[in-house]
Ligand binder design. Structure first.
Ligand code: MN
Length: 275
């Protein structure tokens, strides 16, 4: 398994995502879940195998309840280095914000992972911050044909009954990053206004409205931080405040003028429901 599809979909002169090399085989297997606010909010579930990250997009995120089977669409393999990525994808494929929602190690509960994948039934144990214990990914054989990609790309992510199962809604209970401890707006606020400006985010719908709100909150956070920084340094206070005010004004202006904000304020849309 190489990374042809991953590379084909991206222009590495324009995206901050890693270009990606196929990593050497190693004993310790990495896993992560990246919460991805793109055209739709989803959770990218990734398991390291054969030097790449096998990847599934899980629209509703993982559930700790064994009765709740979560649709997981198989997507292209990603480079192992991508697993630590958190930040803004300004444009192109997957444009939006990526949060490292969980990470840790995984252990197959089968001898032959390739055979299990081929069969469409992979049992494994997770040891992350949020996700632990025994899980299974089962291919549905196209029973969810209406879903994006359809066909044999549809899998289900299911928690096995064990001490780590439960009815806590983990995506609601633990929504923040395991890397920065922050939310989407904190990740966005760390980036320069230039990144916001070139950001071509969601195409409307729930995620579009959510992103617009996040951009506003990020601008407010950034503004509050800048003001605090300026107050902390008394000797350059006046100079800094002038600079901060100007740059913040510019940033907020750009954000307010962004298509996402206009879309959200001018034409509120009905929530899009997954079928
Ligand atoms: Mn994604």
């Amino acid at each position: 398994m190489a990374l042809e599809e991953y590379k084909r979909k991206r222009d590495f002169t324009k995206t901050p995502e890693p270009e990606g090399k196929v990593a050497a085989k190693q004993e310790e297997r990495f896993f992560c879940v990246q919460k991805h606010l793109a055209s739709h909010l989803h959770y990218d579930f990734r398991l390291e195998h054969n030097g790449v990250l096998l990847s599934w997009a899980v629209p509703k995120g993982p559930s700790l309840d064994p009765k709740t089977k979560r649709l997981a669409m198989k997507v292209e393999d990603h480079p192992v280095a991508y697993g630590e990525f958190e930040g803004v994808i300004p444009e192109g494929y997957g444009a939006g914000i990526v949060m490292l929602w969980d990470r840790g190690t995984w252990t197959p509960e089968v001898d032959d992972v390739d055979a299990a994948l081929k069969k469409g039934d992979l049992k494994f144990t997770l040891n992350g911050y949020k996700l632990k214990g025994s899980w299974v990914l089962v291919r549905t054989g196209g029973r969810y044909a209406g879903a994006r990609g359809g066909g044999d790309r549809s899998w289900l992510l299911i928690k096995h009954r064990d001490e780590w199962a439960g009815d806590v809604d983990i995506v609601e209970f633990a929504p923040l990053s395991v890397k920065s401890k922050g939310d989407f707006e904190d990740i966005l606020a760390e980036d320069t206004p230039a990144v916001w400006q070139s950001n071509r985010p969601a195409k409307g719908g729930d995620a579009g409205a959510m992103l617009a709100t996040i951009i506003e909150r990020a601008a407010a956070l950034k503004s509050a931080r800048s003001t605090k920084d300026a107050k902390d340094t008394k000797d350059t206070k006046a100079a800094k405040e002038t600079k901060v005010t100007n740059s913040t004004k510019k940033a907020v202006g750009r954000v307010a003028a962004s298509k996402a904000v206009k879309r959200a304020t001018q034409s509120p849309r009905k929530p899009q429901r997954k079928k």
